[in-house]
Ligand binder design. Sequence first.
Ligand code: ATP
Ligand code: ZN
Length: 644
Amino acid sequence: MKIKLLDGTVKDFNGSATILEIAENIAISLKKNTIAAKVNGKYVPTDYIVEKDCDLELITSKHEDYLKVLNYTTAFVAGAAIESIFKDTKLAKILYKKDECEFGVTFEIEPRIGLDQLTVIQSKIMELLKNNSITWTKVSWEEIEKSEEYSEYQKYIAKDMHETYGEVFIYKIANTKFITPHPITLNTKLIKVLEIQQLSGEYWLNDAKNIMLQKVHGIMSDSQASLDEIKASLEDRRSRDHRIINKTLNVFGIDNLVGPGLPLWMPNGTIIKEEIKKYLKEKEWEYDYIHVTTPVIGTIDLYKKSGHWDHYGEDMFQPFNGGAGNEEQFILRPMNCPHHVAVYKQEQRSYRDLPLRIAEHALQHRYESSGSLTGLERVRAMELTDSHIFVRPDQVEQEFKAIYKLVTEVLDTFKIEIDYLSLSLRDPEDKIKYYQDDKMWNEAEIALENVLKDLNLDYKKCIGEAAFYGPKLDIQIKTAQNHEITVSTIQLDFLLPKKFDVTYIDQNQEYKAPIMIHRGLIGTYERFVATLLEQTKGILPLWLAPTQVEIIPIGDQTNESYANEVRNELKKHFIRTHIDNRDERLSYKIRDAQIKKIPYQLVIGETEKSNKTVTFRMYGSEEQTTILLNQFVNILINKIKSKN
Ligand code: ATP
Ligand code: ZN
């Protein structure tokens, strides 16, 4: 048989061989280091017998799935520990969340277990690992279906495995048998350290209609040092959670009576949002965008015509009537595209008017599921930095370049690094999903790729990921929480202009349909500010800080009046200040300003008043500098202008 390895080499074998035999044949050291394998995409243990030609990946500590294997194995042993401690446990499934470095196992037990039992579970896992080995067998689905030995959850997994791979694997440790398609290593000695951290709930198959199972989760590693590293990085991430940072910065609030997922931008948050908005609108002005303001509702017919109702109907706030007794139906808009089409259509445009760049920082609403709502990151009311640009086909390339330049300049200002670019193209074979116009698709896709090549950019090509109406480029970033998000998006759309009969008059006085480009500059303010708070740990640059200068008067009343003078001078230049005249010690006030992450603290006393100076220290620094008030004002003005 022929075994094709990951690097493309092909090995010939006479008859069947186990994974370890194949590994040994390649290199002796590989036999020692292989902990599991992937055969034609299916995870298998090291004594699995390969009988036919296949693609093979040997999983060693260098393979991207190494930690996945160790975590799933630990999760399986955790399940075994729970089953051996608690009578009548029904194990469900094992989980591994790469982003959170976390393994987990779900199960059903009556009565439910409590937090105080986690340490017992942890010790039992270690005991099982020390005294037992893991074995496995292949069993037919028919046999499992008839058997009483497995829970309904395990049967569900077995059936799924049977349908996907044609084989069902049962792993065994001590008295526990467990069915899983996930990778399990037979080498239990690799699991050196672990910590069970939490007990929580999870609906079976993540569906709220199903039973709420219990879930035990934890972290593990093959050495104490690396477990310590994992813990430190998780701790760092937790402290960066924008919902935690919000507790001291007071950026947004949620009131369940107003409604979950409907954020209240508090004064500090409003300053941050408005400063960003001012900057983005200036940038858009530089790039010749025009701004419009359109209503947050539209008739249901508008969204039926645009196709949104058919495609996204379930994720929208549902239609409501106008006045009492009035049959007219409206919806809260989930997207702004149709409104901008209507703006375009207010006048007959000519080829000379294009590109027409209609921008709006627009409020829109989506009915996200209540379980998915997360602080400002996923909300139901959001303001999108939106634009719809109408171009002639011959302008696509140039406009695309201009948009990309605008996006990168903006991201640079926020010191946000692009993780990668994703170019989504159609699958030409898919005649159902995609709007049929081969010429249009080919030209647009070639135009986009040309731009990326011209700009010397690397990108991931995703065939079949394009929207039904056209190809798109997504600009992906990794947040401090390790979440991958689309920060900016540029999408071509051939369809919407046609649906709404949008035209321009070309040089020959003929009516033509423009191409529409949907452009999200930094996504929504909600998700962007969440990302920014997490990236900066709430230590915002001067231009965005809600309070830029904390003024702390010391000594007698006359110094307080000088503090007011300083405040008024800064206010003239739109610099945001706060005077701390509480009856507290200076060190306390300074600490408080640090907690609030205020960039500058001024201490105003007798000397400052007499010399018309200020003594300042910057956030995170002990150093104090005394300079003339007007010099200080100039420093701040320049710094704010530079957005550093
Ligand atoms: P997701 O996959 O996260 O739901 P999406 O792909 O549906 O997002 P788009 O329809 O492309 O998002 O919306 C554009 C932008 O709107 C996204 O890049 C994101 O910044 C933002 N966004 C989408 N949904 C939400 C939400 N519920 N809360 C906050 N921002 C959102
Ligand atoms: Zn749009």
